[in-house]
Design a protein around this ligand. Structure first.
Ligand SMILES: [Zn+2]
Length: 141
């Protein structure tokens, strides 16, 4: 396996460590507010919906639906080798929306990707190093 050559996030022990720990285990963990019961993404220490600081982490289904996408033709660093590639927003089954690089679609055929709006997508993971595993999403529906 070639070395992962793209930027690697640094997990923040106070904000998003459960998210990254989950990814290492092949699981999607999402923050949920215990006051209003709503899931939010990206992880924050304050609920963006009601302002509560009472956040718990749940294991999510890892499923969502393609909300929208863009074809990236230019990129820097390791991503430049992958261009063109597709970025997307996924409507999470549990609520809120996640930004991702989308696999399983052909960036040279955007009209075909358009037909996948609303399609079921599933999370998958790529190990970047011993500490960080990167989540991606793939259209499966
Ligand atoms: Zn809340």
């Amino acid at each position: 396996m070639p070395d992962y050559n793209k930027p690697i996030p640094i997990p923040d022990p106070f904000v998003n460590k459960p998210y990254w720990d989950g990814a290492k285990e092949g699981k999607l963990k999402l923050p949920r507010c215990t006051a209003c019961s709503r899931v939010h993404f990206y992880p924050r220490i304050v609920c963006p919906n009601c302002g509560s600081r009472s956040i718990e982490w749940i294991e999510a289904t890892g499923e969502g639906y393609l909300h929208t996408f863009a074809v990236q033709h230019r990129a820097a660093g390791g991503w430049a080798e992958e261009a063109p590639f597709v970025t997307a927003y996924i409507d999470l089954r549990e609520g809120d929306r996640i930004f991702t690089v989308l696999r399983g679609v052909d960036p040279t055929q955007p009209e075909e990707i358009m037909k996948k709006i609303g399609a079921l997508c599933r999370i998958e993971f790529e190990k970047a190093n011993d500490d960080v595993t990167i989540p991606y999403w793939r259209v499966v529906g």
